[in-house]
Ligand binder design. Sequence first.
Ligand SMILES: C[S@@+](CC[C@H](N)C(=O)[O-])C[C@H]1O[C@@H](n2cnc3c(N)ncnc32)[C@H](O)[C@@H]1O
Length: 255
Amino acid sequence: MTLKPTHDLHVTSQFGPRAASYVTSAVHASGEDLTEIAVLAEQRKPQRALDLGCGGGHVSFHVAPFAGEVTAYDLSAGMLSAVKAEAVKRRLNNIITRRGSVERIDSDDARYDFVASRYSAHHWHNIAAGLSEARRVLTPNGIAIFADAVAPEVPLLDTHLQAIELLRDSSHVRDYAPSEWVEFLKAAGFKPGAPKLRRIRMEFASWVTRMATPEVNIKAIRALQSTMPRDVADYFELEADGSFTIDAMTIEAAP
Ligand SMILES: C[S@@+](CC[C@H](N)C(=O)[O-])C[C@H]1O[C@@H](n2cnc3c(N)ncnc32)[C@H](O)[C@@H]1O
């Protein structure tokens, strides 16, 4: 039997070739969560900010105008090259890039006074380790903010969401429910605030194109959608073309 690559290698092979589309993706380049992160950065004016799982760099680009320095951190070298090039275009010369895993951040303790992560934690192979690392590198007077897609607290809805997420992107691990986020953050040593929830619409064609979802998986997602119980389809506001709406959350966490 041929051994498959580890999850982290799988993440880099999923994201690396698609870096450019994450820089331009409308879902990633804008959103209330990005505004919230920018507002918090403006209030805090951090000396050193860390963007965990930076992807196309949108958090870094929004924090950089208010920070001394921003480290855009990701497993994928392809993503980091795209962030570097875009930072030059935007004349944001205080963004540096660093490659690594959130589960083992290459940093001294208490180095960053602002830690942010957006739309990344649902790919981490070990969220408990990632959050505990985020807590370790945060200064005692710093602040962390996390934004991600979240699962409904109802198992029926949760199962349908994770199933289509995994079919769309085989590096998907789990959209955690808000209550799970709160528990993970507490276990990592954070004092989490109240989760702020919102809804975001996923336009089907661009959602699968961005991840180059194989045709066979697209068909499987459409098949699952066609047999979704009405209460599930209603919850996700399922549309005729497969577009749907999910929950997303922002949560601040103090050390
Ligand atoms: C959807 S993209 C992030 C989007 C970006 N943060 C934004 O706001 O537009 C997810 C990113 O998380 C990164 N990632 C996933 N697991 C990781 C891990 N364990 N350590 C570091 N980066 C990781 C991936 O390489 C990918 O670039």
